[in-house]
Write a protein that binds this ligand. Sequence first.
Ligand SMILES: [Cu+2]
Length: 283
Amino acid sequence: MRNALSGSLVFVLSALMSAPGWASDRNVGEEMRGGNGTVVFVAHDYGFRGPDQIPAGLTTVRIANEGQDLHHIQFLKLLQGKSAAEFRAAIAADSSRLPNWVEYAGGPNANLPGSRASATMNLTEGDYVMMCWIPDKNGVPHVALGMQKALFVRGGKPNKVSQPKPSLVVKQIDYQFALSQRVQPGLQTIEVQNHGTQPHELVVVKLSPGATVKDAIASFEPGASGPPKGQLVNGITGIERGRRIYFTGEFEPGSYGLICFVPDAVSGRPHFLHGMTAEFTVE
Ligand SMILES: [Cu+2]
């Protein structure tokens, strides 16, 4: 299984390297220039505390989880002049999918109670909603329990940019992850690039001994019996195609999985059901 998987990762990686599609590298670099700052948001059950307005540009977002439940921040840029109130109404009507007038803008993912995590990404000017799409034990996404907050991203004063220096790049396509190299133990800064056609996220799961990433996903399903076969540890929330984002995570030796839970644009089913998972070992 692992051999077959790493074989396919190598294939995908070489296909990506030779593909002319990622010509937007320069544009993404351009997009990274601008303001730089760190913003902290506190997540609780079920809401966020933090600033209502932040400057635009390269931003490090830290989440401090003071709740009892797992949380993340998914930034969504509102398009077509839509408001946070309209987003709230859309979610109240159907929390299984996002309206088509939002853009996935990333954020830190899978933050355990008591933990702190961060993600660094470019936030362009506009009106945003930040929300948590992780389901509770009954399968109800936290956003439907009120875990959403309006955020205005406005001009601001451009500062010095300190672009993270990644030790590893993970490329996303529809529907796979490709790692540029082995993950070394210790604190790693990982750059995630979306080369697909749809938004994708990346959730890191530390697998229980002997468990596969599929075992872990099955054990997380609402109503699953038995203990979870892995622990979600970090990652990034959904980003649009052509975008990049960075996060920092601690990797101790062991087996890990990567999962994308974003619902498919066509089937509506989560991307992991389309095969968007990966496994790797840290030695
Ligand atoms: Cu995906």
